[in-house]
Design a protein. Structure first.
Length: 308
């Protein structure tokens, strides 16, 4: 699966991923009104509004981007109806040829970890038949429980040609409370990075591993160190734009081959129409505003890489 992601990035010259993390407040009023008129101000109405909103963004951007990253929490808040919208979003994006990175941040052990992996990446046995649950291509994984929590995901990845991104150094301000703590003189995130390399050796693509990692854009100096520690690990980079990460800070997340990282933007793209820069598109042009924001982000990231 990492080969497919790399191929899409190269084909579109776009090392970016659009985070489909919709809050209801992002959804234009006319879409909400239409959904509520059909289903009422209910969980189903909210989920329908989010699905229509996502569909518009996918339709406007799929030819420019290699992947989308739906954050499952934004759907789970609407219960079962929200999960249906999550599933529909993943399926529709896949129809459009996009790689799906399910941002689920699961982490458990044994059969529970296996069930998470099967539900999101693999297939579940039902009598004599097998069914894919959510059928994402990659998911994010929390490594706090160690190998017991990650290996079941790696096993499912090998069986179904899928991938994971393991949290190593996250973009949030308090990440250092645990991730930066020194163990025998070294920060914990470096030790996690070394385990990611070890896990990834069992699950290689042509050049990069199907076991990637997450390193936030807000800690570029740490990102530079981690890039060297994990030369064959693809880095998913959150924190660009709205969280303060700048393109020029991210050049060292990439390898000399120009690959090795994919940068995420969520509300900076999906709610672009709310920004002064894109306000001229208006609510009804929200998807076109997202398309322009994607073009601007690609130019920003690629410009920084060219000037490395």
């Amino acid at each position: 699966m990492i080969n497919e992601l790399v191929a899409q990035i190269e084909k579109k010259d776009a090392p970016i991923v659009v985070g489909l993390d919709p809050m209801l407040s992002y959804v234009p009023e006319y879409i909400q009104k239409k959904a509520f008129s059909e289903y009422g101000e209910t969980l189903k109405g909210a989920a329908e509004a989010i699905w229509e909103y996502n569909k518009g963004i996918i339709d406007a951007t799929y030819d420019l981007i290699p992947a989308v990253k739906p954050q499952i929490a934004m759907y789970e808040q609407f219960g079962i109806e929200g999960l249906i919208a999550f599933h529909k979003t993943c399926a529709y994006a896949k129809e459009k040829g996009l790689v799906i990175i399910g941002d689920i941040k699961r982490g458990d052990i044994g059969s529970t970890s296996t069930a998470y992996a099967v539900g999101h990446l693999g297939k579940v046995q039902v009598g004599s038949k097998e069914y894919a649950g959510f059928d994402e291509d990659f998911v994010t994984v929390n490594p706090y429980l160690g190998t017991d929590g990650v290996k079941p995901f790696v096993d499912v990845c090998k069986q179904y040609n899928k991938g994971i991104f393991v949290l190593v150094k996250t973009s949030n301000p308090s990440s250092g409370e645990f991730q930066d703590q020194l163990i025998n003189g070294r920060p914990l995130y470096e030790l996690v990075a070394e385990k990611v390399v070890e896990w990834g050796e069992a699950c290689m693509g042509d050049t990069y591993s199907n076991v990637g990692c997450v390193v936030g854009a807000t800690y570029p100096e740490m990102g530079k160190i981690l890039r060297k520690l994990m030369p064959k690990t693809y880095i998913l980079v959150p924190g660009y734009g709205a969280q303060g990460g700048k393109a020029e800070d991210l050049v060292h997340y990439f390898n000399p081959d120009g690959l090795g990282a994919i940068v995420n933007s969520s509300r900076g793209i999906i709610a672009a129409y709310k920004q002064d820069k894109y306000a001229s598109f208006g609510e009804t042009g929200y998807a076109e505003a997202s398309r322009q924001a994607v073009k601007d982000m690609i130019a920003d990231i690629n410009g920084a890489r060219a000037n490395r």
